[in-house]
Every structure is written in structure tokens, then in C-alpha cells.
Design a protein around this ligand. Sequence first.
Ligand code: E4P
Length: 217
Amino acid sequence: MKFFVDTADVAQIRELAETGLLDGVTTNPSLIAKSGRNFLEVVAEIASIVDGPVSAEVVAMDHETQMKEAEKLIPLASNICIKLPLTLDGLKTCKKLTDRGIQTNVTLCFTANQALLAAKAGATFISPFVGRHDDVSWNGMDLISDIRVIYDNYGFDTEILVASVRHPVHVLEAAKIGADVCTLPPDVLKKLANHPLTDNGLKAFLADWEKTGQSIL
Ligand code: E4P
């Protein structure tokens, strides 16, 4: 499973990129607003930090303006992935960009039928939002399972990018289903490494090592 980080915080991206665990970055207009930075500048900086896809989202609703916005974003870096809303206009833009070899991420997916349309439009990634489904008392992971079955039935190449991830159990469930990518808030990615028994075990090992009076170096 690939891990993307879902943030426009450059300091956090740098820190996580150094772990070697980061395969890409996703942003959205809310995350850009939170960063307080110029959209084009921050996206270009992020794309210079990671080698993998960096999703930059258009904000226009209509196809023509989405294409114009995409034309501004594409030259920023070779790893820019154009993020598009799951609307008919967004899908039309997705198809046009895909045909040109541009990476695309179709976002705000809440049904398996929407995911089917994105795959038919040639999307590189489909972003089903699990946490927002859970928020309204519907199991978001059922959506991931349905999309996995449908994509496998027809051999679609579109990668399932699990979005709106809120905690480590989302990652575990997505991995069991066989989702291709999870995009994670930085704190959730860090939490994956934590376990109190690891901490306790390490403490005991180091205390015993201290008793030996030895040094490896
Ligand atoms: C994905 O690309 C979105 O940016 C993100 O995962 C949305 O998450 P949220 O529902 O926590 O805002």
C-alpha cells in the first residue's frame, strides 16, 4: 500500500519524506487555506520535496475553466496530479487530461457508481472519502470494498486512494481490502508506528543493556 500525506504543511511533508515512507501528497482547497500560503507557490514547493504524485485541486465547476486552471498547475512540476471533483464536468476534464498523459485524481467520491464513472474517464486515482461517510452513520469501508470488487471485475487500472482517513483502523481495514493508496493526515501516519508494548519493551531492553556497561560504538 502506498502512503500519501494529506496536508499542505511543508514542514510536516519534509519531516515525513525523510522517513522514506511517503509516496505522494494530496491537498485540497481547505488545506491550502489552512496553510495561509499562495496556492501555486506551496504546490510547487511540495512537488520539489516528494518524487511521487502531488494532487492539486481545481476550483472551477465548469469543464472549460477547469482546463484553464489545470494548464496553470501542470507546468509547476512533472509530478503534479490534477485533482478534479466528481461531477460530469470534472469527469470530462479528467478524460481530456488522461488522454494527454496527465495524472488525475477524482475527488469527493461517495458511491461505487461514481467510482465506476471515474475509472471509465481514465482517472489515475479515485478518492472515496471514508471518514465523512462514517460521520453520517454509514460505514465508509463498505464503499472501499465495493469499489475494489468493481475495479477488479473489469480490470480497471484506476488506483483506489482512500481519503478522509481519520485513524489507524481506517488504514488497517483499507489494507485488508486491498486499496492501493491511503492519504493520511500527518498525525495518523505517525500513529501507525506507535504501540505501548514497543515502548515498554524498549525501556526494559535499554535498562538491561545499561547493566552490561558495554557500548556498541
Ligand atoms: C483527500 O484528498 C481529502 O483532501 C481529504 O482526505 C479530506 O479529508 P477530511 O474529510 O478529513 O477533510
